[in-house]
Every structure is written in C-alpha cells, then in structure tokens.
Design a protein around this ligand. Structure first.
Ligand SMILES: Cc1cc2nc3c(=O)[nH]c(=O)nc-3n(C[C@H](O)[C@H](O)[C@H](O)COP(=O)(O)OP(=O)(O)OC[C@H]3O[C@@H](n4cnc5c(N)ncnc54)[C@H](O)[C@@H]3O)c2cc1C
Ligand code: SF4
Ligand code: SF4
Ligand code: SF4
Length: 412
C-alpha cells in the first residue's frame, strides 16, 4: 500500500455549488491549487496532489461548503438608493450603465489608492487586475459577461491593505464575499463594490461565439465589448473588436451570446441558488443598471445610461459624498429599482432549467447558430418542445388558443 492511499484526502474537491471565486487557491500556502475550466466551461479548483500536504484549509474556507441557510429579510427596504449617472459623457458612454464604478475608482486613485477590477487578459479570458493610474481604469470599464479568473487577487488586496493603502475592490457578490472571508477581519481602508449579478454563463459560450464570428469574418478578434451604446443604453449592442481595427456589432436582442446568456440555460450551477446576490448586499456600495427608470423620470438621460446605486454602509456613503461633483445622484425608492429587474437582485431558489445540460452539451458539439436556435427559438406546448414558426407549432398553438377561448366562453 503506498503512502497516498493511507492518507485521508482533506483537500478541496469542487462542490456542486462552486462559484469559481478562487478563495481556496488563495488560501493554499503551498500553491497546490490551480483554477481550471471544467467540462461544462466553469472555473473550479484543481489540486496538485504531489504538492498538497492535506492541511484541509481550502475545505474549511470554501464559501460553497458553508451552511447556506441565510434567510432573505426585508433589509432591502431600509437601504438608501439612488438613480445616478456620471457627468463626464465620455466615461458615461463607455461604461455599462451610469459609469459609477469609474467615479468611485477615480476618487480612490486620486487619494493614492489602488483599484481591483476585471479586464480582458485575452479574447477568451477576463481576469482580475489592479490599477493605480486613472488611465488604466478604461480597461476595467464595461461588463465582461463571463467568469473572471480570480488569480491571487485576495492576497494582493491584503498586501495593499496591510501597507496602509486605500483599496477599492469591485466584483460579483460571491467574489466580494470571498474577499471578506479571506481577510477575516474588517479593514477601515477597504471599500467594496458588488455589482448586481444575474449569474455567469459558461466559457463554452464565449468560445463558440468567438469561433463563429472569426470564421464569418475570416479574421481574429481582439476582445468583445458587451455593452456598447450606439443606439443608446436601453438598446445596447455587443461589439467584436478585430485585430485589424474592424468591428461587427449587433443589438442585444439579436445577439446570440446575450440571448443564450439571458435565457438562463447556460449559467453556472451556483448562480441558480445564490446567497450572495441578494439582500443584505455584500459590498459597501452596490451598482446595477436602473432598468425601468424612464417610466418614473422622463428627464433623466436614459439614452446614455442610468445606474442604480445602493448604499450599504457608512463608509460607502462617505465615498459617494466625495463623488457628487462628478456624478448626478437622484434619491430613489429601492422598490422601483428592484421592480425593473427582480431576477438580478434576488437569485435565491431559481429553478435550474431542464434544458441546461443539453445546452452545455450542444455548446461542445454544435455550431453557435444551432445552439442559439435550439435554446432560444423553441417553445413548449403541452409536453412538446417545438421550433417557433414550424407548422406543427402553429397548429398546436392554434388548438391551444381555441381550447382556452372555448373554456372562457363556457365560463362566461
Ligand atoms: C456577469 C455579470 C452579470 C451582471 N448582471 C447584471 C444584472 O443582472 N443586472 C444589473 O443591473 N447589472 C448586472 N451586471 C452589472 C452591470 O452590467 C454593470 O456592471 C453595472 O450597471 C455597473 O455599471 P457602471 O457603468 O457603473 O460600471 P462599468 O464601467 O460597466 O464597470 C464594470 C465593473 O464591473 C466589473 N466587472 C466587469 N466584468 C466583470 C466580471 N466578469 N466579474 C466581476 N466583475 C466584473 C469591472 O471590474 C468594473 O468594476 C452584471 C455584471 C456582470 C459582470
Ligand atoms: S489541503 Fe492544504 S495544501 Fe492541500 S490544497 Fe488544500 S490548502 Fe492546499
Ligand atoms: S466556491 Fe470558491 S472556495 Fe469553494 S471550491 Fe469553488 S472556488 Fe474554491
Ligand atoms: S449569481 Fe451568485 S454565484 Fe453566480 S456569479 Fe453572481 S454572485 Fe456569484
């Protein structure tokens, strides 16, 4: 019997609800954990058994292995909230919604601080990075709708905090939660932003999307910009930037990536029952799109982008107060903000769609167009899943409508 089989393995084995936060890799002092993509295209830890000493720390710290019984209270009703937009049009137009991240990051850097956020490392990889120069913030602007590679970001944040520097960390709620767990104690010089998070789609989707666009254009993509505003914020576009300077762009409603992502059929499993993307929020400040703001405020610049900003701590409020000269803040009823997109604010107990595993399998084997049509252009009638517009679909829908018309007549 060799030594390995006598040892009880105490290291992490990615749990089903792994968020890909990378906390386990950050806590392992032996460098035994690497974050890799699994078969379904989601980040998870891979342990190198020849380096691992079986200390069990990664298991102890894992955020997905904690008891997940946090109840949703009515905390959301007591927070201060705003509709807000950056007064600098260039920044506003190059941000996903109202450019609030940039405003906060600006103030932090001006005070000698450092900002941690997500940039494109290459066309297939979004990853955490840091910036302590205003000009480096441009790369962090814009949502990259894919899991970001955490690298050793929590370690880097702690180093800066211990050096006494002001730090702004911006990430998804699970990443902010993981950072706070890594740090173990509160730091007065840490400010956190959690972005409202709908979930993250599989990397298989990005791979398939890039392959499809590159094949169509016969050239290489540099990066994808998911939130361009050539026709305004509400009808945002997804734009592919090619190495030779060429661009292709499609409105969100017609874009295969966004349609599959927003169908919720290719998200990470953790994102269907997420304790972090809810109230109480994880960051000192929460930022989101304020969808539906035009219904309440005809005079706001909705064509350029409106953020919802939620204040979750006194520290958050103090930093927002420093931004009033660069951001237009309008106090808003939190209920109106949530109304515009409850699925973004509360991710608890969302049903995992039955088609999810099929969509992931198709992403591995079929063209993007096929996956898109299968995922987004099919409707369910009774027990049947049929292509929209097919003869059978039309006939069954006609019969279904006739049946409910008849029932209504009988009832009236
Ligand atoms: C995966 C994902 C899902 C989202 N889902 C929703 C939603 O359902 N509803 C909603 O209102 N808003 C959602 N957002 C947030 C929204 O897109 C904007 O980021 C938000 O409105 C702030 O906009 P802004 O103009 O202030 O900042 P921007 O300039 O757009 O700043 C973007 C910020 O997001 C960070 N970021 C970008 N990509 C990632 C990533 N992959 N992982 C972690 N951080 C990232 C950057 O570091 C930066 O701090 C989501 C963002 C992501 C990344
Ligand atoms: S058990 Fe300890 S050494 Fe092994 S991977 Fe986990 S933290 Fe690293
Ligand atoms: S949830 Fe985070 S800490 Fe737990 S296994 Fe996944 S990456 Fe590691
Ligand atoms: S939905 Fe939850 S688990 Fe998924 S990326 Fe967002 S915060 Fe993390």
């Amino acid at each position: 019997m060799n030594e390995d089989s006598i040892l009880v393995k105490k290291h992490i084995i990615a749990p089903q609800a792994c968020t890909g936060c990378g906390l386990c890799a950050n806590v392992c002092k032996h460098g035994a954990i690497e974050m890799v993509l699994n078969h379904d295209g989601f980040l998870q830890p891979k342990v190198n058994s020849s380096i691992c000493v079986n200390c069990g720390l990664c298991v102890k710290q894992c955020i997905a292995l904690e008891r997940n019984d946090k109840e949703l209270g009515n905390k959301e009703l007591t927070v201060d909230a705003y509709g807000a937009w950056n007064r600098d049009d260039d920044i506003l137009l190059s941000s996903s919604s109202g450019g609030i991240f940039s405003a906060l990051a600006h103030r932090v850097i001006e005070q000698g601080g450092i900002v941690f956020g997500v940039i494109w490392k290459d066309k297939l990889t979004a990853s955490f990075s840091s910036a302590d120069k205003i000009e480096d913030l441009a790369k962090m602007r814009g949502s990259k709708y894919v899991q970001a590679l955490p690298l050793y970001v929590y370690r880097a944040v702690r180093r800066e905090l211990l050096a006494g520097r002001l730090v702004l960390f911006s990430g998804t709620p699970c990443q902010v939660y993981a950072l706070k767990k890594y740090l173990r104690k509160p730091y007065g010089n840490l400010l956190t932003i959690d972005i409202v998070c709908h979930g993250v789609p599989s990397h298989l989707l990005l791979k398939s999307y890039i392959f499809s666009k590159e094949s169509m254009m016969g050239k290489q993509i540099g990066y994808v910009s998911f939130r361009d505003k050539p026709e305004g914020w509400q009808r945002y576009h997804v734009t592919c930037h090619y190495h030779d300077g060429a661009l292709t762009s499609s409105a969100q409603q017609e874009d295969e990536y966004m349609n599959i992502f927003l169908s919720d059929k290719a998200l990470n499993l953790a994102c269907y029952n997420c304790s972090y993307a809810s109230f109480p929020r994880q960051g000192d400040i929460t930022v989101a799109d304020y969808w539906g703001s035009e219904k309440h405020h005809y005079d706001w610049p909705v064509d350029k982008g409106i953020s919802a900003v939620i204040v979750n701590s006194a520290k958050g409020k103090a930093v927002l107060d420093l931004c009033t000269t660069i951001v237009d803040f309008r106090p808003e009823d939190i209920k109106k903000i949530i109304e515009g997109q409850s699925a973004g604010f509360i991710r608890k107990n969302v049903l995992v769609p039955t088609e999810r595993s099929k969509v992931l399998q198709l992403l591995r084997t079929r063209s993007l167009k096929y996956v898109h049509d299968w995922t987004c252009k099919r409707g369910k009638i009774g027990p049947f899943r049929l292509r929209y517009g097919s003869l059978l679909f039309k006939v069954l829908r006609f019969l279904q409508r006739g049946k409910s018309w008849l029932r209504n007549r009988v009832l009236s």
